[in-house]
Structures are given as structure tokens and as C-alpha cells.
Design a protein around this ligand. Sequence first.
Ligand code: GLC
Length: 719
Amino acid sequence: MTDLSDIKDRSLYKNPAFSIDRRVDDLLARMNLEEKIYQLNQYTLGRNNNENNIGEAVKNIPAEIGSLIYFETTPELRNSVQKKAVEESRLGIPILFGYDVIHGFRTIYPISLGQAASWNPELVEDACGVAAQEAFTSGVNWTFSPMVDVARDGRWGRVSEGYGEDPYVNGVFAAASVRGYQGDTLSAKNKVAACLKHYVGYGASEAGRDYVPTEISKQTLWDTYLPPFEVGIKAGAATVMSAFNNISGIPASANYYTLTEILKKRWKHRGFVVSDWDAVKQLITQGLAANEKEAAWYAFSAGLEMDMTDNCYQKHLGKLVKEGKVSMEAIDDAVGRILRLKFELGLFENPYTEILPDDKRFLLPSSLNVAEQLAQESMVLLKNNKGVLPLKKGYKIAFIGPMANNRLHLLGSWSAHGNEKDVVSILDGIRKEKGFIKKNILFADGCGFDGNDQRGFAEAIRVAEQADIIIACLGEKKTWSGENASRSVIALPRIQEELLENLKKTGKPLVVLLSSGRPLDLSRIEPLADAMLEIWQPGITAGIAVAGILSGRYNPSGKLPITFPYTTGQIPIYYNHRKSGRTHQGKYQNITSEPLYSFGHGLSYTKFEYGTLKLSSSKIRRGDTLRAEIEVKNVGNYDGKETLLWFVADPFSSITRPVKELKYFEKKEIPAGESRIFTFDINLERDLGFVNEDGKRLLENGIFYIMVKDQKVKIELID
Ligand code: GLC
């Protein structure tokens, strides 16, 4: 701690001329224990719209509280409470206001799983910038996003909130989101602090059930679940949120190894950890703590700085300090981390949010443009037999199904202050799309999202019979994915499949649009469909993006960031699995052991021809550079964007590696008839190396393969 005896200036911590370190030290030196403990707590403010955590509205909020989850869309209430903190409390420490801005605040863009399917981190960064601007102007300075939980089980509803099954992809989008939310300077206007969540291993929730224990070896922890967080921390993420899950016996919210050993000592994170909602108190039901006081001790001692909503720190930390079970040094370190962020955000200089009219901050044309582009780039063309898409002009088209005219469910889970009336439905979108004659656009619901009411089938068939082509619009309700939304099967409800079976009987070409927050079991749908487009939950510009793709105005460029199993029974199934000792045996007796659609699958209206993969050398030594190159030519009739996925395989190593691992990707626009060169500059330690169960990075001599699509080129690392 800096020696303050020489500082005479009473308001040093309020003087931005001093370094943040000195301001933190000065302020800590002035705070009493009660004031310090207040900073370690977070309550809620406003009409709680988080359906998973509806808690009691907190009355008479103490002016010294560290943070509030803010549920309003205008800053007035937040400014009034902030005024109390800044002007009525003894030291005038501003409050930090947080909120779940997961894929937009009011301008809702695709869910994170869809964002990953765009393979466009720059665009995701822009989208997060839009979210930050709308959150900031609403009084929020901190978002509980991005979620970077690697997830391989579509039964888990929260697979919708992350970036899929691959650690590298989750890391790329973690960094892009952090950049978009935080910018270069946290104190800048329209920027908010990011929060990497849920630290760590939450995506391994057994059988896809939410909040349950996770069995994760230290090797897999380092191989799979930690990497996206390390990338996010290196990108400057201000905060981290501890997870609900129990990591093989030690809950994530009381896990010294992950919260302190790795996050603080190895990765040198200077920010702080906030618990998930009531996660400190849940250490009791998880069987670690006997009571709230013990829960507070376990969590705080492990390195969890801020307690979200369960009041355990407020009620017990003071006693633990007085009993000598928690040191004042530890309290000061925790409080210092929170104060640091408040200084970095400029909250001491600008504690209040400017009041702007909604039309000056929400749904701005530039924001809508980003949302539309991201929606378009997120959509994945899964199947397109006989080029049935894009639609031919002049066609009479029947849009049939529960998603055709729905708006709400296209918002997806965690839709913050997204408003159903802002959503362009699929039907809205096609009706507005140039080149389509209104009278040629037919519609019938056909059925609900679930249940067994087939009474709408007859009308659906009647409408379909009048059309040249049927667009079946199927999918999930927004509440079927997200938090606390586990499903035992990932197929759509039978009623939707039955509708499709009936539509198929008309003999018309059948295109299936799928809106979902997870990979789906399409084993009964795929054989019926001539074409299939996964649109995820694309947000408010859904219908515009869908119409752009159906009409051919936009050539689909999405690819799957998560495997689509053939059926639920195959789960878990993912591309980067370790190798079996018997590849010719061990298959299912009754179904294929292959997924329906693999990681990276996605079609285009054009055809990309891959040239020969070339490496700059075939033998390398440590310190060498190694460049891989391949030319891709667009030999079709449509301009298009192609994402090239670079994989590495390490056939033999002292810790067995997955069959292949994605190490780099790049997306490029390639006009029809033109070629582009894709290059991968391989960093030997980063791309050929691996970590062991202590997180130590290793690089071993031997053979490696650099792989692109069906090509693989051998490289040997020698002394
Ligand atoms: C929820 C979620 C977490 C969210 C937090 C605050 O339970 O698990 O993702 O950020 O509580 O709403």
C-alpha cells in the first residue's frame, strides 16, 4: 500500500490529476470497514425483467452500495439513486450500474450462437458497440456479457448464449465483444465494462440440465473451458462472473484455484469477479457451506470480490473480519479492484447519465444496419437441393408455420429491452422485399409451436396447394432456450414435424426455415426438405435478413459453430474430440454415429473452388516462421463471402490431442469469377503446442498436419 502520510490534499481520490492507483489507495485509507463491505455487494433497482431471478424489489438502497443491477430504460431513476450516493454518503463513491445486455439493449441482434455462425468478429464488435451505446445512454455502465462458455450439449438452453463448441471461436468472439463494449478507453462515452461469464466450465452441465454439477478434469479445464476466458482477459475484460456449477467438487464460486491461482496470479487480472445471482448463498445447497456466513467466507477467501443479490457479504463479512477469519488486506484488495473500475469508467467525474430522448439513442439507422448485416451473415444454408433457393421471380409462395408471422420469438432469450413491435417478421420481410408481388405471397399458421392441435393443417394444405413453392417457417419459442431452459430432446415438437409431413404430400418444393436457440435434431425434417436455412434467433431485423437470402439479394455465408447431431441420443458430439482406439468399432447399432451437420458446415449460392494447400516449409525448428497458404476461387454466378477454417492435427503427443483443432479462421468477400489467397501465419507454440493439466504450455517435436477442408499437409518439427 502506498504511504499516504505525505499527502495533504484531502480530496486526492477525487482529483483525476492523480493516478488511479493513488486515488484508490487514498480512498481506501479513508474508508471504514462498513463502507468497504458495502462496495462488495450488488442489489437490484427498477422493475426486474429477468424472468429467472425475480427477486424482492430492494427498498431503501444504502447510498454506499457498490453496485446495482438496473432494469429501467431511462436514466432518471438511476441518476436519482446515484445522486444519493455521490452527494449524501460520506465519501461520495458512485454506484456501478450493471445489466444483462447480451445481444443488444433495444436494438436486438442475433443471439451469440448466431453471431458465431457469422464468423465475422469485426461485425460482432460493431454490434457490441451498438449495445454499449444504448446501454450507456440508459444509465448502464457494465454489461454481464460476453458469455464464453464452450458448450457441446444442445439440451442445455444456454448453448444459445455462447459461441458454440470450439474454444478458439469462443475466444475470438470474447475479444471482439470486449473491444466492442469497452472500446479503447473505459471512460469514453457510450462504452461499458464487459464481464466474461460464466467462469468456469458451466457449459459442461451434465445432460444439459442447468445449474447441475460438472465433472471436468484439470486437463480439460485447461484444454477446453479456460482458453476463451484467457483470451478475454488479455483483451482487457474489466470483470468476470463466477458460475453456478460445481467443478468436480469445488463450486466455481468458491474455487480458489480458478478464481485466484489462475485468474489473479497467472493471468494477472486487475479487475474483479462478481458472483452469479445468489451464487454465494447457493454454496449451501451445493453442499459446501453449512450456512450463509460460511458461504461468505468460502467465496470471499477463494477470490470472489462482489456478491450479487444474496446479501451474504453484507451480513457476514464484517464479523468474519472481526473474528480474524478474513484479513483487512484481503478486503482492501477486493474493494480496491471495484474502486479501480469505477475510476476507470470515469464515474467519479461523470456519475450521472445525460437524459436523451429515445429516438436519439435507440434503433438508430446505423444500429439497425449493423443488426441487419449480422443477422444476414449469421444465417446458415444447411441444404439446397437442385438450387431451389434463391426463389425464382414471379413464384407464388406459401409461407406456412408458427414462425411465419411471429415476432416475439425471433428476439431469442435475454432480449433485454427488445420490443416485439420492433421486430420484422418473416412475412413482414418478404412483403417488403423488392421483386415479390404481394398477391403472390400466401400465408397460413398451420399449427402452434407445440401441443397437438392439427385443426390448422387443412387451411395450410389449401394455401400450399395454390403456391409454386412452400416456405415452412418452424422453430422454437424464445423461452425454450437461454437460462433454466433445458430440453430432453432437441427435435422440434412433433406437431411441427407433422405439419411438414402434410405439406410434403402436396408434392411442392419445400423450403424449411428454422429459428432456434440451439442445434436441432432434424433427422425427420431433413428428408422432407429440399432446402433448409437455420436463421437462429436473429433479432429485430429477422424478416429483412431472411427475405434478403430467399430473394438472392444476399448470398448466405453462415457456417455452423456447433455440431448438429443426427439425434439427441448422439449428444455429446463435437468435432474436436480426442481419438478412439478403435475407429472401425464402437459405433451405434441402430443409428449412424456421424452428426447430421458438422462444425463448419454451411452452403452458399455460389461455388468456391479450393486450390492446393501450400506450406512455406516441410521441416521447421523452434523460432522458425511457418506460413500456410491456399487460393480460393469463386467459380459460381454469385458474389459471396467464404470463411476459411484452418485446423491443426497432432497425431502423436505426450498428452493426446483432439482429432483436429481450429487454430485460425478468416472470412473474405470473393466476387464471382475472382480468387483470393488465404494465409495462416502459424505460431509454433500457440498453434502446434498444447497445455498440460497445470496450464503449462508444451511444444513437442514430431509430425503435425495443417488442414483445410479435405486437404492436409504434413509438417515436422525438429531440433
Ligand atoms: C443470471 C445468469 C447470469 C446473469 C445474472 C444476472 O442468473 O446466470 O448470466 O448475468 O443472473 O441477471
